[in-house]
Design a protein around this ligand. Structure first.
Ligand code: UDP
Ligand code: MG
Length: 319
């Protein structure tokens, strides 16, 4: 099978999902055959310690469309997606969770939506079957991410998504960036859409992400937004902050100096500390910005520019 004949790659990261894999494989096969698709199923074992790996091994024996990539230890969902993306050969790439919470029956709808002219279509778990401890923080997370990134999506971190091949080849997913794939794609100039999808309660096994996920999510969001707006012009960020700090500091010191010339002792005024702090931090922020500018200049020489839009048109369409 060469790259051009595969319509669809489904990338499925899994960690200890022994209870779901056989049924998932069956349902995916039903959907893809009903659609008459030329497809491959890429299972990425993210360091499972249960029977998951041998189950997929067995599936592989009877189904040549199954591929298995195995990590020796748990590397995280982002790493699993990255490897799945790099191995995928399909013109379109679908990602989905392995726990049967995402529904393979949505794949034809995702393909149809993508064909309306998007490069990435993200699932939206409109009716979500998860405990409130997960859904509530998730709502806040989605609102903040949407507001700060300027992308109007309801559900950034849905496991079920479809991409054009160009997107998966270009995105670099590491750390925990899988939560922000639509933001990353948008930053690269791809067209991002959304489609409400069915979501099911988890029947087998348990969730792999605890409450820390939300704190981690906001750290990653800060990094991303900084990158999105200032990576090529860091002095605009540090310089603005530095100027404000410097101005406040100089203002205070100027005011105190004026008093000193009129004979007022200023050594015991608490505001003096604030003034000095303002000047010192201002200068530091400025120099930090200048240093960052030098790094940005260096990396601009080695980073290729964004690909032109025309490259992304005229995609091979699914039959
Ligand atoms: N997963 C993974 N590596 C990890 C954590 C999770 O491959 O380190 C997989 C997991 O097996 C599942 C998907 O990522 O297929 C989503 O995980 P989970 O269902 O635990 O997330 P939730 O639905 O609770 O957000
Ligand atoms: Mg799940």
């Amino acid at each position: 099978m060469s790259a051009s004949v595969i319509d669809l790659s489904v990338v499925i990261p899994f960690l200890n999902e022994e209870g779901s894999l056989v049924e998932l494989h069956q349902r995916l096969t039903n959907v893809a055959t009903a659609q008459n698709l030329n497809y491959e199923l890429i299972f990425v074992d993210d360091g499972s310690r249960d029977a998951s790996n041998s189950i997929v091994h067995e599936l592989k024996k009877s189904d040549p469309r199954v591929r298995l990539i195995t990590f020796r230890r748990n590397q995280g969902k982002s790493a699993a997606l990255e490897v799945g993306f790099s191995q995928s050969r399909g013109n379109f790439v679908v990602t989905m969770d392995a726990d049967l919470q995402d529904d393979p029956a949505e794949i034809p709808n995702l393909i149809a939506k993508l064909s309306e002219g998007f490069d990435l279509v993200s699932g939206w778990k409109q009716v979500r079957h998860d405990p409130i401890t997960k859904t509530l923080p998730s709502k806040v997370f989605n609102k903040v991410t949407g507001f700060l990134s300027g992308i109007e999506l309801h559900d950034f971190n849905c496991g079920l998504k479809i991409y054009r091949r160009e997107v998966t080849q270009e995105l670099h997913v590491y750390g925990e960036r899988h939560r922000f794939l639509p933001v990353l794609a948008h930053m690269q100039g791809f067209r991002v859409g959304e489609l409400p999808v069915q979501h099911h309660p988890r029947v087998h096994g348990k969730t792999k992400f605890g409450a820390y996920r939300f704190l981690a999510g906001f750290f990653d969001l800060t990094t991303l937004l900084f990158r999105m707006k200032f990576v090529t012009k860091p002095l605009h960020f540090f310089g603005s902050l530095g100027s404000i700090s410097l101005l406040i500091g100089l203002g205070i010191i100027g005011y105190l100096s004026f008093g000193w010339f009129q004979g007022r002792w200023i050594g015991n005024r608490p505001i003096l500390l604030i003034g000095v702090l303002g000047v010192v931090s201002g200068v530091q922020l400025f120099t930090l910005g200048l240093l960052a500018e030098m790094i940005a200049e260096k990396s601009a020489r080695t980073t290729p520019p964004l690909r032109p839009e025309s490259d992304l048109l005229d995609q091979d369409k699914l039959r």
